[in-house]
Design a protein around this ligand. Sequence first.
Ligand code: GDP
Length: 269
Amino acid sequence: MKEPLQDIRRALLEADVSLPVVRKLVGSIAEKAVGTGVIRGVRPDQQLVKVVYDELISLMGGQAAHIEFSGTPPTVILMAGLQGVGKTTACGKLALYMKKKGKSCMLVATDIYRPAAIEQLITLGKQVEVPVFEAGTELSPVEIAKRGLKEAKEKGTDVLIVDTAGRLQVDATMMDELKQMKKVLNPNEVLLVVDAMTGQEAAALVSAFNLEVGITGAIMTKVDGDSRGGAALSVQEVSGKPIKFVGEGEGMNALELFYPDRMASRILG
Ligand code: GDP
């Protein structure tokens, strides 16, 4: 039993699952594998793979998780994440996803520190034919968010997606801004955008955002890249919140619901 468990441990670490998560997983897999007994005609190593696969799926929430829609529109989605992870792109993708579901949608640009980010959101909004609320770079992000919400209420918009400023690293000003926005918007969802390539650092990152701001779920981007996706396990394990969507490319159509079974297969390679 010891040797196959070592192999599993190695495979998980190679897939960038963080060490504490690997330890916990290997422990519970060892327990379950002992309890499973021998099934006639099935090789023990195949049984073990099944135990690992099932454990990974259950760790990632079992089933696909959906967006929590508000009873009274707009449903507000606050997007958080570091710079460069694909947050603004994800805003555009999510807007298109909502449109396809028959929901009217509005995007809000609050990254006053990077005029290029505002321009980028406006361009994406045009591309997916969703209005973008922006107020330049003079007002505070919180004030812009407040005005965006007011406009969405007046227009009877179903879903309001608020893009926020990211930083290269976790930083107190960014967290404070997010906290204030959360207070003002009372969002239905706070989605943390995580780059699948983040690897081992994902656990600390998710933990920081979840403790400081409180997230309801995550979007994992750049799943079309080379990473084996171990960061996906860390998200759920560290925050207890599900990944709701995955980004699989730069195009606006490249957003899918997150299916734990698909990610489990990928992590096992
Ligand atoms: P932000 O700073 O977090 O808002 O990041 P952006 O949305 O500007 O994205 C940064 C870069 O990543 C851009 O070049 C995007 O086209 C690219 N990108 C975003 N999502 C994905 C994805 O799912 N797959 C790939 N391959 N590239 C992506």
